[in-house]
Write a protein that binds this ligand. Structure first.
Ligand code: DGI
Ligand code: FE
Ligand code: FE
Ligand code: FE
Length: 187
């Protein structure tokens, strides 16, 4: 699918602020893809559709998790975790995207997971550092992403885990596993 066609589809599905975020993720992800050698067409599709399900009703997303036999844990760790896996499912069903690498990048863009592909890393980091983001720690991850994408990933996951813990929110197991995987690999 052409990038402009994809953008026109998500523009209908997302409020303006989230669409502007999506454009930021697209631009950032394409830059990272060039730097780290990831297929530009795949990165474009994954970036444009990464938050496709973000505004679906929570009940509808939970129903899909149950009906499609997705990981039950997705129902327990916070509603924010639903839109990645459910988005991957809906993008396949409704848009007809079949590239498993693109679908995985959408599926894991919120939690990460151990042994992520470069495409998954690029989408995860682009989501975190796109120009409209302005939370504490984002500038450090922007700098790290220019040097080493794994270092950027470690710091962004660590920031997210700390943020969740400060609010006494649960941390999804795959997020911790992603962190451990990267730390053990660095040694
Ligand atoms: O959809 P976006 O806002 O662009 O970004 P995102 O898909 O990375 O979602 C960010 C939200 O997800 C943020 O509120 C924190 C939450 N989150 C990220 N990792 C975890 C998590 N929530 C829980 N409970 N556990 C996690 O591991
Ligand atoms: Fe998201
Ligand atoms: Fe994220
Ligand atoms: Fe996003």
């Amino acid at each position: 699918m052409e990038k402009d066609k994809a953008l026109s589809i998500v523009k209908e599905k997302l409020p303006n602020k989230r669409y502007v975020h999506t454009l930021g993720v697209l631009e950032t992800a394409v830059n990272l893809a060039q730097k780290y050698g990831v297929d530009q067409k795949k990165v474009e599709l994954a970036a444009v559709f990464h938050d496709y399900a973000k505004f679906r009703p929570i009940d509808e997303m939970k129903q899909i998790v149950v009906n499609e036999n997705m990981d039950d844990a997705l129902l327990l760790y916070g509603d924010e975790l639903l839109h990645g896996p459910v988005g991957a499912y809906l993008v396949k069903q409704e848009i007809g995207i079949n590239d498993e690498g693109v679908l995985d990048a959408i599926r894991y863009h919120t939690t990460g997971r151990p042994n992520m592909t470069l495409l998954e890393k690029v989408i995860y980091i682009a989501d975190y550092i796109e120009p409209n983001r302005c939370f504490k720690g984002v500038e450090e991850v922007r700098e790290l992403a220019k040097q080493d994408i794994d270092d950027a990933l470690i710091t962004s996951i660590s920031n997210t885990v700390n943020f969740l813990m400060k609010k006494k929110q649960p941390v999804f197991p795959a997020t911790l596993a992603a962190y451990n995987y990267l730390i053990l690999k660095e040694e």
